[in-house]
Design a protein around this ligand. Structure first.
Ligand SMILES: Nc1ncnc2c1ncn2[C@@H]1O[C@H](COP(=O)(O)OP(=O)(O)OP(=O)(O)O)[C@@H](O)[C@H]1O
Ligand SMILES: [Mg+2]
Length: 261
C-alpha cells in the first residue's frame, strides 16, 4: 500500500523542481528564467511558486496585483493560472497581501501547496517548473512524495557553506521511496565582471563549487551564471533575462533547457 496518496496531474507531462539548501542563492531567478526559456522554445510551460512562506514569483513576473479567476466546477472551487511570457503561473502570493508574512504550521502548509497543484486548471502542459522554498522542509517533502517528479535541478553558489546545504537538499531526492533523478546543478553568482573591465572575472564567492557538487552527485553542471546587477534589477521590474541587452544570460538559460529536454 502506498504510504501517501499521489496527486494526479494527468495533463502535465513533465515536472521539474528547482531546489537549494541555502536561501537566497537564486532558485526563484533560475525557475522563472528557465520557465520563460522553455516557453520560448514553444513548449507549454507552467510555473508553480511552492514558496508559500515567501512567494516571490508574482513580483518577478510583474503580476503581483493579478488575481486568478476562481470558478466552481463540479462543486469544487478551481483556479485559473495567470499567464505571462507564455508561462502559466500559480502562487499563493496571488491570494495574500504582499506585506503579510505567512505563518503556516506543517499540515496547513502541506494542504495549501496540495491545493495549488490540484485545484488549478492547468490545461495541457509539457513542462511544469516548481520553485521550492530553501531547505528540506514539509513543503518540499510533500511535493516530492505526492507528485511524479521528472527531475530536480539544484541551485548553489560556489561557496563551501552553500555547497554543504546543497548536498543535503540533493540527498532528499535520492532518499528511499523518493528517487527523484537530479538533472543537474546550476551554479549562480559564479563571478562578477565589472562593466569597465569586461575581460576580467572576479570569483567573489569562490570558484568551482558547482562543478564539484555536480561531480559528487554524479550529475551535470548545467550552467554557471554570473552575478549581474541587471538580473536583480530586472526581477524587481518583472522582467526576465531575455529582455536584457546583454544576451549572455539568455544563452545560459537556453543551454539549461537544451540539457534537460
Ligand atoms: N545572477 C544574479 N545576479 C544578480 N542578482 C541575482 C542573481 N541571481 C539572483 N539574484 C538576486 O538575488 C536575490 C535572491 O535571488 P532569488 O530570489 O532568486 O533566490 P532564492 O534562492 O529564490 O531565494 P529564497 O531562498 O529567499 O527563495 C534576488 O534579489 C535576485 O534578484
Ligand atoms: Mg525563492
Amino acid at each position: 500500500m502506498a504510504l501517501f496518496e499521489k496527486i494526479n496531474l494527468p495533463t502535465v507531462k513533465n515536472i521539474i523542481v528547482v531546489a537549494s539548501g541555502k536561501g537566497g542563492v537564486g532558485k526563484s531567478t533560475v525557475s522563472s528564467n528557465l520557465a520563460v526559456a522553455l516557453a520560448r522554445k514553444g513548449l507549454k510551460t507552467a510555473l508553480v511558486d511552492a514558496d508559500i512562506y515567501g512567494p516571490s514569483i508574482p513580483r518577478m513576473f510583474g503580476v503581483e496585483n493579478a488575481a486568478p479567476t476562481v470558478e466552481k466546477i463540479d462543486d469544487k472551487d478551481v483556479m485559473f493560472p495567470i499567464e505571462k511570457y507564455g508561462v502559466k503561473i500559480m502562487s499563493i502570493g496571488f491570494f495574500i497581501a504582499q506585506s503579510q508574512g505567512l505563518i503556516w504550521r506543517g499540515p496547513m502548509a502541506s494542504g495549501a501547496i496540495q491545493q495549488l497543484f490540484e485545484n488549478t486548471v492547468w490545461g495541457e502542459i509539457d513542462y511544469m517548473v516548481i520553485d521550492f522554498p530553501p531547505g528540506t522542509g514539509d513543503i518540499q517533502l510533500t511535493t516530492v512524495q505526492k507528485l511524479s517528479i521528472t527531475g530536480a535541478i539544484i541551485v548553489t553558489t560556489p561557496q563551501e557553506i552553500a555547497l554543504n546545504d546543497a548536498r543535503k537538499a540533493a540527498n532528499m531526492f535520492s532518499n528511499k521511496g523518493i528517487n527523484v533523478p537530479i538533472l543537474g546543478v546550476v551554479e549562480n553568482m559564479s563571478w562578477f565582471t565589472p562593466k569597465a573591465h569586461p575581460d576580467e572575472k572576479y570569483h567573489i564567492f569562490g570558484k568551482g563549487g558547482g562543478s564539484m557538487l555536480a561531480h559528487e552527485l554524479k550529475t551535470k553542471l548545467l550552467a554557471t551564471i554570473p552575478l549581474v546587477a541587471e538580473v536583480g534589477e530586472a526581477a524587481e521590474k518583472g522582467l526576465n533575462v531575455f529582455e536584457q541587452e546583454d544576451k549572455m544570460l539568455g544563452i545560459a538559460f537556453e543551454s539549461v533547457v537544451n540539457y534537460i529536454l
